[in-house]
Design a protein around this ligand. Structure first.
Ligand code: NAP
Length: 269
């Protein structure tokens, strides 16, 4: 069965990679794009987009009314992705959202809507399969090594710190790690924030530099040994295997899942 996909954000950096991924996957068919520019045109009319007879819509509701779609892949901006995902669910289109920045309240509302419509959805702040494994390995290691610090490094255009992946990693670690305040009990900072962000005694350090993409190292220490678990996204292609996997998996779901690590594929033995 071919999966019919509408892509929101085709001119973006992630959107461009996704266009290639969709065209390369034999079971995927791109049926429409949602873009705030070029309403009513075909992709082939825009010289920066591929030469395809695929219509462009600015209004997502109009798109879902006119074009039969199985999955919405959203790679846009936080301001609009909630509305896109909500409209998709209301039109029985499964959202796969890579856009970051949902609030807890928005996530809860989308979960409820997916359950009401008995339809799947995936919101994945990190599509890199290696990053998901890095988080899972870190959670496993934290059972044995309660002393741990996280260093995340991103390009200097990133607005939020720490990264969503670092926060998620710390949450997974805190689920299994014994409560502990790390470092010397009397330690103090001579320069503010020298020890990074402190989440229940676990420290997260954020670096922002041009040239970086998305990188994270989780370092565990115990007497006489350290263990480092490290993942590097070297370019945006690194996110496409996970996006492809999410599109295949969302067809099987009848609820909204937050985090690629929670889809069945990563939890089957
Ligand atoms: P980007 O290059 O800035 O692309 C964003 C796209 O969204 C642009 O095409 C932009 O169009 C479009 N857009 C902006 N406002 C819009 C609106 N009101 N309606 C419709 N489209 C609109 O950003 P990116 O690097 O591709 O990242 C896109 C998103 O993916 C971000 O939220 C980023 O954090 C996230 N991300 C996720 C992962 C993951 O693994 N899940 C990995 C990397 C990035 P204009 O050019 O007209 O502004």
């Amino acid at each position: 069965m071919s999966i019919k996909i509408t892509l929101a954000g085709p001119r973006g950096k992630m959107g461009s990679e996704a266009l290639q991924m969709i065209q390369d996957e034999p079971n995927f068919t791109l049926v429409a794009c949602i873009d705030r520019k070029h309403d009513g045109k075909l992709m082939k009319d825009i010289n920066t987009l591929p030469d395809l007879n695929v219509p462009i819509f600015t209004d997502p509701e109009e798109c879902f009314k006119q074009i039969s779609t199985d999955v919405l892949l959203d790679l846009t901006v936080p301001d609009v992705c909630y509305r896109h995902a909500r409209l998709a669910l209301m039109h029985n289109v499964r959202p796969v959202v890579g856009t970051t920045g949902f609030t807890d309240d928005e996530l809860e509302q989308l979960k409820q809507l997916a359950t009401e419509h008995q339809i799947g959805g995936i919101i994945a702040p990190n599509f890199a399969t290696g990053a998901i494994l890095m988080m899972k390995f870190a959670q496993l290691a934290a059972k044995f090594f309660p002393d741990v610090e996280i260093i995340e490094k991103h390009h200097d255009q990133k607005l939020d710190a720490p990264s969503g992946t670092a926060i998620k990693t710390s949450e997974l670690i805190r689920q299994v790690r014994e409560d502990k305040v790390q470092g010397h009990p009397d330690e103090y900072e001579t320069i503010e924030r020298a020890r990074g962000a402190n989440v229940d005694g676990l420290h997260i350090h954020s670096l922002r530099l041009p040239g970086l993409v998305a990188h994270q190292e989780v370092i565990f220490g115990s007497p006489g040994q350290t263990l480092s678990i490290k993942h590097d996204s070297l370019n945006r292609q690194s996110f496409m295997d996970g996006a492809k996997l999410a599109i295949h998996q969302v067809i099987e779901l009848n609820e909204l899942v937050y985090g690629l690590e929670n889809i069945p594929y990563f939890n089957e033995s």
